[in-house]
Design a protein around this ligand. Structure first.
Ligand code: 5AD
Ligand code: SF4
Length: 472
């Protein structure tokens, strides 16, 4: 899931080391929530090494840009930004400019050696080494580490989150991805899938709760394949230790405190079990909201995408959600114009949307990515204009469905966690209901971080508008 409003955001934290080195680091992030969560780990590692974080790139000694490769336009955006930083470097040649994340992994030393846009390249599994890499650059060398790891989960590194609202935080529970969807670069940029020790996850959630946080989102490329102490084939690694699957992990985190809300992302239709759904239904503090990317409504296209499920299987998963949690919010990702997509196949996506009626969707047209299965195997043969037309139809339909979904909520009362002042007005609060819909309502004496009942009186396609009718 990409949060459009956060693209290009700077990560700033309080000084973490007693031994500051007098230098400043600027960290700017693009891409998915996992990347923003990684930037908190990067800030923490640099902080421990004595750097102070800054929100002003001009005054930084080290500029780090954490990047995304998911679509070509994500990379273009970063290239423009790097060109800007290069101009600044002309005036200040000692400044170290580094690229992190998926683009660093994908392009390896190309941006350093051929294009000369950066001094340092670090892939997603190399962040522990950042302080040394910066030193290498300072001593006049080139610094590159794009090794991917089978173990690295940064389990014991405490991400520091001072720029957040202090109420909701992300916890990364696994890294990498083994699915090999044919359109996707992630397996190449983030490496093999590995899960993080459940104890460190529960500790982090407990610590966040004690520091006043009231909502955590568990992050992974495919959270349903989370597993600890047990292999994919079901072999237990250490018979003296418990095994933990995603449903069991959810339960452990839910038990941290009833007032700590749990969300998670992303679920995969091929792996989402009824056990997870029953656990969600059992605990009031696990939010009734599932992001279940479908990508296409046609089984042949899904096959070419190597998604591991059919249209019918997907409907079965939607039925299971609605059976076990009738009020569950459901969102999705959709790709228009994948290789070989016919008009009839596109119509299948629209008809699937009509049948499911998503509350929300992230929608894209297909962008060919180097090295992926699709790039090697299929022709990117849907003309751009056609891709755009199909995407537009998908967006139009989704807007109708989102508005419909919000209209159904008018007159109802929801338990909402107050996240802070609304974007538009200081007189208004904002916060989400369990289904992840943003609600806006006039401020009362209730503080940020408390739960209130909000009665919805009006809506747009993106927001519910209401008023507090009591404490929840
Ligand atoms: N082109 C377009 N969209 C893509 N996504 C992933 N790879 C591509 C691509 N090559 C979308 C998928 C995924 C979301 C994070 O981005 O819908 O779920
Ligand atoms: Fe996240 Fe994928 Fe972009 Fe990497 S390429 S930042 S994993 S969305």
């Amino acid at each position: 899931m990409l949060d459009e409003q956060r693209q290009g955001e700077a990560t700033v934290i309080a000084p973490t080391s007693i031994l500051m080195n007098g230098k400043k680091v600027y960290v700017e992030s693009y891409g998915c929530q996992m990347n923003f969560s990684d930037s908190e780990i990067v800030a923490s590692i640099m902080g421990e090494a004595g750097y102070e974080t800054t929100a002003t790139p001009e005054e930084a000694d080290v500029v780090l840009i954490n990047t995304c490769s998911i679509r070509d336009n994500a990379e273009q955006r970063v290239r423009n930004r790097l060109t800007q930083f290069q101009k600044e470097k002309k005036a200040n040649p000692d400044k170290v400019i580094g690229i992190l994340g998926c683009m660093a992994e994908r392009l390896k030393s190309q941006l350093l050696e051929e294009e000369k846009l950066v001094d340092l390249v670090a892939g997603p599994d190399a962040y522990r080494e950042l302080p040394e890499l910066v030193q290498e650059v300072e001593s006049g060398q080139k610094a590159v580490n794009v090794l991917l790891s089978r173990e690295e989960t940064y389990a014991e590194i405490k991400p520091v989150r001072l720029d957040s609202n202090g109420i909701s935080a992300f916890i990364s529970i696994m890294r990498g991805c083994d699915n090999m969807c044919s359109f996707c670069v992630v397996p190449f940029t983030r490496g093999r899938e590995r899960s993080r020790d459940p104890k460190s996850i529960v500790e982090e959630a407990t610590d966040l709760y004690n520091r006043g946080y009231r909502e955590v989102t568990l992050l992974g490329q495919n959270v349903d394949s989370y597993r600890w102490n047990i292999s994919k084939k079901g072999e237990v690694s250490d018979t003296n230790e418990e095994t933990v699957n995603f449903a069991q992990l959810l339960e452990k985190v839910a038990l941290v405190h009833p007032d700590l809300r749990i969300r998670f992302s992303t679920s995969h239709p091929k792996d989402m079990t009824d056990e997870v759904l029953h656990t969600m239904a059992k605990y009031e503090n696990i939010c009734e909201y599932i992001h279940l990317p479908v990508q296409s409504g046609n089984s042949d296209v899904l096959k070419r995408m190597n998604r591991g499920y059919t249209r019918e299987w997907y409907f079965d998963r939607i039925d299971a959600i609605r059976r076990i949690m009738p009020d569950c919010g459901i969102s999705t990702d959709i790709i228009a114009g994948f290789c070989g997509e016919s008009e009839a196949e596109h119509q299948d996506t629209l008809s699937l949307m009509q049948a499911v009626r998503y509350d929300f969707a992230y929608m894209f047209y297909y962008s060919k990515r180097p090295k992926t299965l699709a790039e090697r195997k299929y022709e990117d043969d849907v003309p751009l204009e056609e891709k755009k037309r199909r995407l537009n139809e998908i967006i139009q339909l989704q807007m109708e469905h989102s508005l419909e979904s919000n209209k159904r909520s008018v007159g109802k009362t929801f338990k909402v966690l107050i996240e802070g002042p609304s974007k538009r007005s200081n007189e208004q609060y904002c916060g989400r209901n369990t289904q992840n819909v943003m609600c806006v309502f006039p401020k009362t004496e209730h503080g940020v971080g408390s739960y209130v009942n909000v009665k919805v009186t009006d809506c747009t396609s993106a927001t519910l508008i209401g008023e507090i009718v009591g404490e929840a």
